[in-house]
Design a protein around this ligand. Sequence first.
Ligand code: B1M
Length: 212
Amino acid sequence: MDLLEQIAVAMQRGDSDTIGQLLRQALDNELAPKDILDNGLIAGMNVIGDRYKKHEIFLPEVLLAAKAMHVGMDILKPLFLKDEVPSRGRVVIGTVQGDIHDIGKNLVAIMLRGAGFEVIDLGNDVAPNKFIDTAVERNAKIIGMSALLTTTMPVMKKVIEQLKEKGLNGRIKTIIGGAPLSGEFAEHIGADAYGYDSVQAVDCIKKLVSGS
Ligand code: B1M
């Protein structure tokens, strides 16, 4: 089994100690941080998601995997931030109301900071008006929303409707992302962009900011 596979397996076991050891070993072996993230940590988490769906594992195992993911992200985070450049603009980001899944949102925030954006992270379970009030107060041009539950996806629509009601759509652009979402859903609710993953999210936000 290669190192990335070992990382994915340790993720599935929720074994934070082994994750720490394997990640340091992978970095010593000069594996790319993005490769470790995608093909180690996220690959392992995807298996957890599938097994949870099939009722082969239960919430405690998912929680352990989430903890291991945080340990891994803490190790990789400085490596994504090292190329920091002067601010490209301000982004308000959060996981929508009713939803506490924040691993993907945190990854997007890390990548955005690494690409030179100033990120105001509102955390999870964020009410629609909190996104808008913060963006207005802090003069942010972008609101980024994450949702992992199908039941919380409609909250994104509420934010976009409230922006329209306040005459702010156009001035403040929106991007949405999260496992159950799609470009079609983004179009349906009138979001300005949809990010499939953290890398695509950064590309989309660069385009939104530059107006292209
Ligand atoms: Co829960 N959970 N969970 N969970 N969980 C899912 C989402 C689920 C699909 C599992 C399953 O059934 N297979 C399912 C949702 C089903 C549905 O809605 N149809 C589910 C459920 C049901 C629940 C609970 C309701 C369980 C319960 O209590 N009975 C509960 C909900 C609590 C709540 O939110 N109110 C719950 C709780 C939890 C934990 C707390 C245990 C934990 C979260 C810990 C945390 O986030 N701090 C957890 C986890 C870990 C998962 C799975 C297994 C993994 C999610 C994850 O972190 N993936 C998940 C299964 C799955 O998604 N397949 C599942 C890794 C992460 C890197 O990917 O978040 O998709 P992701 O982010 C990606 C992209 O989506 C994108 O970029 C990221 C990087 O590539 N992206 C964006 C994300 N946000 C973006 C924003 C952007 C752009 C791109 O622009 C702004």
